[in-house]
Structures are given as structure tokens and as C-alpha cells.
Design a protein around this ligand. Structure first.
Ligand SMILES: [Zn+2]
Ligand SMILES: [Zn+2]
Ligand SMILES: [Zn+2]
Ligand SMILES: [Zn+2]
Length: 285
């Protein structure tokens, strides 16, 4: 029965493989147990709020733009319909209806292509016409549009709660006319569009130090990333310096390291502490 077909079956991602390396800014967004969004495992993502789309004319239903705008875009809140714009000549996004006699359990199928930076430069939402019109016009159809829109931007269905999950299980609770996408999932959209980034400042807490890294947890999006310690050093004179303490976390070490020097105006200055000498000895430079 169509209504009970699982989330996984309802909307299927077809991965479009590209060659080349991924720049990897989204590698700084790791899920923890309270993170209510999921990025694609290959991290392909829109990288911007702006995109354009066309709707293939030949079987275009009269209401699809309304639903795509009202549900697909506006329900996400963090993208506006002036950023995701209809352009009849778009070579980026396409929404089209499969008009054939399709016997598939899907409402829509989303495919994407990305450039070598991982940014989505082509996306398609193929809607299986009969299955789409089996859904209620004011609740389920916009919900599927919202769901497909999330997939086209680089989000994946949730394993636990959340709209991306709900929108493909059964009757799509949470995404009807009067419903909303939870803030936690909108944060996922902010991540795939670079509206939320992890940089040098943020609402971070630092924990779980190892000898090389600590964990940086972001309280805005409930994700974390690993970062190398930023150390402070105490000079031990000619024998080296001591790594005393990470400037972010509680890590400290009594390990003594040899100085490494930069030569400047007749003296060798340690690159890490305040020690300097005219003769570093041992061939150290
Ligand atoms: Zn990016
Ligand atoms: Zn964050
Ligand atoms: Zn640290
Ligand atoms: Zn030093």
C-alpha cells in the first residue's frame, strides 16, 4: 500500500558520480546524537542559497510552481523564493513530470551533479505524475516538494525524527499546509547553503582532548569537528621548550620539544616560544 511504503522507498536518490576531489568544508560538520539533520555521505551540497530552475512545460500542472514555491522553498524558511528562482531557460535545476504509465512506488526522484568542489551545479526533481496526484493537494503534495527540495540541496532523509524523515513516511505528518519544518532541520539547510559555517568564531565548547586534537562542539547546529590543539609554549632555554597548554581545551603536556628557529638579523628566534640564540648548535635552523 502506497501510504505505508517506507521513507527510503518513496524518494530515491540517484547518485551522480563526478570525478575529482571535494574541497571538504562540510567535513567540519559531524553528527552527534542530538543532530537533527543529515548531510549526504559524499557531502555534495548546494554551497549557496541561490539557484534557478525550470519546469518542463509539456505536462506541467497548473499548481506546481505554487507548491514548489510555497512548500519547497518557503517552508524551509532559510531560502527565499527570490533566491531559488524560476527561469524557463535554466540549465541548473529542472522539475519535470513523468507522464508515462509508471509502476514505481516513488513520488519523486532527485538526481544531482556536483563540481569538483562538491557544489551542486545541476539538479533534477522527477515527479511521478500519478503518484503525485494520489497525494492530497494541500498537504502531501507540498510536503513532497519540500522534501525533494531538501534532497536537491544536499540533505538526506533523517534516520530518526524530523521533517525529512516524516515527509517520506506514510501520510507526511509535519509538512502539511499548516505545518513547518523544525528549526533543527532548517539548520541542515543553512549548512548545505553555507549560511552556517564553522570558522574561527562560534558558539563552541571544547572537549575530549587527545595528544593531537580536541573536539569542537557547535551549540548552534549540534554538530562537532576535530581540531588540532593550539598550544602555548614555555621556554626551557637551550634545551628546547615545553608545550604547556592548548589555548582552547584542557590539554597540557610536559613534553619537551627542540626549538625550531627562524634566522633574523644575526639571531635565531624560536618559532614557538620567546627563546633566541646566536648559536642554535646542532645544525638546527
Ligand atoms: Zn561548499
Ligand atoms: Zn554549527
Ligand atoms: Zn586543545
Ligand atoms: Zn622554543
Amino acid at each position: 500500500m502506497k501510504k505505508t511504503i517506507s521513507l527510503i522507498m518513496m524518494v530515491v536518490l540517484i547518485l551522480s558520480y563526478v570525478t575529482g576531489s571535494f574541497a571538504g568544508t562540510l567535513a567540519k560538520f559531524e553528527r552527534n546524537s542530538s543532530t537533527d539533520w543529515t548531510l549526504r555521505s559524499d557531502l555534495k551540497h548546494m554551497g549557496s542559497t541561490s539557484t534557478t530552475y525550470k519546469i518542463t512545460e509539456y505536462t506541467r500542472p497548473i499548481n506546481v510552481e505554487v507548491f514548489f514555491t510555497a512548500a519547497g522553498i518557503n517552508k524551509w524558511g532559510c531560502i527565499s523564493s527570490t533566491q531559488c528562482t524560476y527561469d524557463k531557460d535554466s540549465t541548473v535545476g529542472e522539475i519535470y513530470f513523468d507522464d508515462g504509465d509508471v509502476q514505481v512506488p516513488y513520488v519523486a526522484r532527485v538526481t544531482i551533479n556536483a563540481n569538483t568542489s562538491g557544489h551542486i551545479n545541476k539538479w533534477k526533481i522527477k515527479i511521478f505524475r500519478d503518484n503525485y496526484y494520489n497525494r492530497s493537494e494541500n498537504e502531501q503534495q507540498p510536503a513532497y516538494m519540500a522534501h525533494a527540495f531538501g534532497l536537491a540541496y544536499g540533505l538526506e532523509p533523517m534516520i530518526t525524527n524530523g521533517a525529512m524523515n516524516k515527509s517520506i513516511s506514510g501520510d507526511l505528518p509535519g509538512l502539511g499546509t499548516n505545518s513547518y519544518i523544525p528549526e533543527s532541520e532548517k539548520m541542515g539547510m543553512k549548512i548545505v547553503t553555507h549560511q552556517h559555517l564553522h570558522g574561527t568564531t562560534g558558539n563552541y565548547t571544547y572537549s575530549e582532548p587527545t595528544s593531537t586534537q580536541h573536539k569542537v562542539s557547535c551549540s548552534d547546529c549540534n554538530s562537532y569537528f576535530l581540531q588540532n590543539h593550539t598550544a602555548t609554549y614555555t621556554s626551557l632555554g637551550a634545551t628546547g621548550h615545553r608545550v604547556t597548554k592548548c589555548t582552547h581545551c584542557t590539554y597540557s603536556s610536559t613534553k619537551t620539544e627542540p626549538h625550531t628557529f627562524t634566522y633574523r638579523s644575526g639571531r635565531y628566534y624560536c618559532n614557538s616560544c620567546d627563546y633566541s640564540t646566536t648559536d642554535p648548535g646542532g645544525g638546527t635552523t
